[in-house]
Design a protein around this ligand. Structure first.
Ligand SMILES: Cc1ncc(C[n+]2csc(CCOP(=O)(O)OP(=O)(O)O)c2C)c(N)n1
Ligand SMILES: [Mg+2]
Length: 330
C-alpha cells in the first residue's frame, strides 16, 4: 500500500524532528545542561519513522539505548523527553531514568533499554499477551546489528516463530556495535538470513529510504494483525556521528572519513525534502520552522521545570516495599 500525501509529508516532519532533537541534545550535553552522554540517532531517522508510521497507537514498540528516534516517531512528547534528559520532575521518569529508560505505556512505548537485545523478548511478551487475548495489536522490537549476536534475541525469535506471535523484529544494521564492524562479527552478508532460518519471512531493505521502510513494515504488520505470525526486517542504515556524544573527544579510528562521507550522500534529511518539493507536496522550509519552534518550546519547558528534591531520590524506583525498610522514599 502506498503512503498518502499527508503521510509522505509526515515522514519528513518526523525525520526532521528526530535529527534536530538529537542536535539540540548534543548542544545541551556540551553545555552540561544534560549530565552524561547520550546515543544519538543521527543518520538513522528513516528507520524509526518508516516503521512507526506503519503502526497504530495501540501497537507496541520496544527500543534500545539509541532510543530517542523510536520514541519521537511513536508519538513521544519532546517536552517530557528533554525534561527527562535534564533530570526534571516533569520528565518521563520524573528525571530519574534519563535517556535509556524513557517509556510511555499509553503510547505503546515499552521502554528504551540500556541492555543490548533486552527489548526483544519484552516485545515478544507483549505479542504473546495480544495473541492470548485475541487482539489485533502488533509489537515491534527495535534492535541493532550488535544485538543480533545476543542469545536472548535468538531465543525470542525462535519462540515467536513456534508460537506464531504478532511481532515484527526490526534490526537496525548501522554497520557497527560501538567500534566493532559487523563484517568482523558475522560471516554472513545478510543478517536477515539468520532470522529466515527460524521460519519467518525476513527481508533486507534500504534503511535510508523512509518509503521503502514504511512499505515493508506496513505489509508485515498487516500480516501479523491477520494472524500470520512474526517477521523480520533488516534496515541497512548508518550513524553519522559517534556511538555516543563523548566519542568526538576520543579520536577513534574504526571507520574512515570516506565511508562516513559516502553514507552522508544518502542522508534522508537532505535528499527526502528535495523529492517532496519536486512532487509539490509541501515546502520543507515551513516544516523546518515548525520543528524548530517545537523544540525551542520543549527546551524552555524543561529548563523551567523543577528538579526533584534530593530526599525524594528513591521515589518511584521500586514497585514494592520490603519489610524493615522505611516506607518513605520507596
Ligand atoms: C548486554 C550488553 N552488552 C554490552 C553492552 C555495551 N554496549 C552498549 S551499546 C553496545 C553496542 C550495540 O550495538 P548495536 O546493537 O549495533 O546498536 P547501535 O549502537 O549500533 O545502535 C554495546 C556492546 C550492553 N549495553 N549490554
Ligand atoms: Mg549497530
Amino acid at each position: 500500500m502506498n503512503a498518502s500525501d499527508n503521510q509522505l509529508v509526515g515522514f519528513y516532519r518526523c525525520m526532521r524532528l528526530i535529527r534536530r532533537f538529537e542536535e539540540r541534545v548534543v548542544e545541551l550535553v556540551n553545555r552540561n545542561e544534560i549530565v552524561g552522554t547520550t546515543h544519538e540517532y543521527v543518520g538513522e531517522e528513516a528507520v524509526a519513522t518508516g516503521v512507526c508510521h506503519a503502526l497504530g497507537v495501540e501497537d507496541v514498540i520496544t527500543s534500545t539505548h539509541r532510543g530517542h528516534g523510536h520514541i519521537l516517531a511513536k508519538g513521544g512528547d519532546p517536552r517530557r523527553m528533554v525534561a527527562e534528559l535534564m533530570g526534571r520532575k516533569t520528565g518521563y521518569n520524573g528525571g530519574r531514568g534519563g535517556s535509556m529508560h524513557i517509556a510511555d505505556l499509553g503510547l505503546g512505548i515499552y521502554g528504551a533499554n540500556g541492555i543490548v537485545g533486552a527489548g526483544v523478548p519484552i516485545a515478544c511478551g507483549a505479542a504473546m499477551a495480544f495473541k492470548q487475548r485475541d487482539s489485533s495489536r502488533v509489537a515491534v522490537a527495535f534492535f541493532g546489528d550488535g544485538a543480533i549476536n545476543q542469545g536472548v534475541v535468538h531465543e525470542a525469535m525462535n519462540l515467536a516463530c513456534i508460537w506464531q506471535l504478532p511481532v515484527v523484529f526490526v534490526c537496525e544494521n548501522n554497520g557497527y556495535g560501538i567500534t566493532a564492524s559487523i563484517r568482523d562479527m558475522s560471516r554472513i552478508q545478510k543478517l536477515s538470513d539468520r532470522a529466515a532460518a527460524y521460519g519467518m519471512p525476513a527481508e533486507t531493505v534500504d534503511g535510508m529510504d523512509v518509503r521503502a521502510v514504511h512499505a515493508a513494515t506496513t505489509a508485515l504488520v498487516a500480516r501479523a494483525r491477520a494472524g500470520g505470525g512474526p517477521s523480520f526486517i533488516e534496515c541497512l542504515t548508518y550513524r553519522f556521528v559517534g556511538h555516543f556524544t563523548a566519542e568526538r573527544a576520543l579520536g577513534l579510528k574504526y571507520r574512515t572519513e570516506q565511508e562516513v562521507a559516502e553514507w552522508r550522500l544518502r542522508d534522508p534529511i537532505a535528499t527526502y525534502p528535495l523529492w517532496l518539493r519536486d512532487q509539490k507536496l509541501c515546502d520543507p522550509a515551513r516544516v523546518d520552522e515548525e520543528v524548530e519552534a517545537q523544540l525551542e518550546e520543549a527546551i524552555a519547558y524543561a529548563r523551567e521545570s523543577e528538579l526533584p528534591a534530593p530526599q525524594d531520590a528513591l521515589q518511584g524506583m521500586y514497585a514494592v516495599t520490603y519489610p524493615g525498610l522505611p516506607a518513605r522514599g520507596w
